[in-house]
Design a protein around this ligand. Structure first.
Ligand SMILES: [Zn+2]
Ligand SMILES: [Zn+2]
Length: 270
């Protein structure tokens, strides 16, 4: 059994939790300890369920509360050596991780918990370094990619063997273009080191879908340049377009959900 919950997703804060009924890991630390505790409690769990943290990158919406997590919980914090160095050498975040630091292996998987293997892959984004994760846990393959400026072949390959995929669906292009952001910010978001649009996300889903892909979660939806329904429909269209031999569609075979922005999601069994 594997369960997944989002404590928050989007530019106000990102933090996800993957749990096997006894042990769990966090991906990113962009929400407060208090919120994590409350959400865990509501699901009958305590902090003892959280055994380690994995980081995707060093933007504040992903690491804002990392210092408190390290100080109060002393959990191992896994990140690439490049990302750990950046966090250590940034005047705002230096001293945050300390003895909690664990470098991910650059060639091959890292055992982040006994029997739980995590591999990272680099994705283009304007942080010091940004990675997605492929996590093998009890025979399941969980893949998460957030803050992805452009899709890469490596990310596609990991997603093609996932049974659960968490993928960014950040903005609806017409909403971004019509919106009130400055031209410079619009260029940054649309650029190859910015974020993934609904169309790019749908295109990726069309490319990676396979019979074993059971769950797709859309993450990091923009508050200003997206609408959860638009994000959902664009991904659903991609799945409807894949017709299977028996006449059903990939949509019939796959649970698709847009994760709520800035709020706790249900605790999904995956
Ligand atoms: Zn972000
Ligand atoms: Zn980012």
């Amino acid at each position: 059994m594997l369960k997944f919950i989002s404590f928050s997703s989007g530019s106000s804060g990102n933090c996800y939790f993957l749990f096997d009924g006894e042990r769990g890991l966090l991906i990113d630390a962009g929400v407060s300890l208090r919120r994590v505790r409350k959400a865990l409690l509501e699901n009958g769990l305590g902090f003892d369920a959280v055994r380690c943290v994995l980081l995707t990158h060093d933007h504040m919406d992903h690491i804002r509360h990392l210092g408190t997590f390290c100080k109060k919980l002393s959990l191992p914090v896994f990140a690439t050596s490049v990302l750990h160095e950046a966090i250590c050498n940034n005047e705002y975040t230096e001293g945050w991780v300390g003895a909690c630091r664990r470098n991910l292996s650059d060639d091959g998987p890292t055992e982040v918990l006994p029997g739980v293997l995590a591999r990272y892959f680099i994705v283009p984004h304007d942080a010091s370094q940004t990675v997605g994760y492929s996590i093998e846990w009890g025979g399941k393959h969980f893949v998460l990619m957030t803050d992805v400026g452009a899709m890469t072949e490596e990310a596609i390959e990991y997603a093609q063997v996932a049974d659960t995929l968490v993928i960014e669906s950040n903005y609806d292009l017409p909403m971004l273009l019509k919106g009130r952001y400055t031209e410079e910010l619009k260029r940054r978001i649309r650029g190859g080191n910015g974020h993934l649009s609904n169309d790019e996300c749908a295109d990726t889903i069309g490319r990676v879908w396979h019979k074993g892909l059971k769950n797709i979660f859309l993450c990091h939806l923009s508050e200003n340049n997206n609408d959860p329904l638009k994000a959902y429909e664009s991904a659903a269209d991609a799945l409807q377009g894949i017709i299977l031999e028996d006449g059903s569609t990939a949509k019939d075979e796959t649970f698709l959900r847009a994760l709520p922005r800035g709020r706790v999601s249900p605790f999904y069994e995956i």
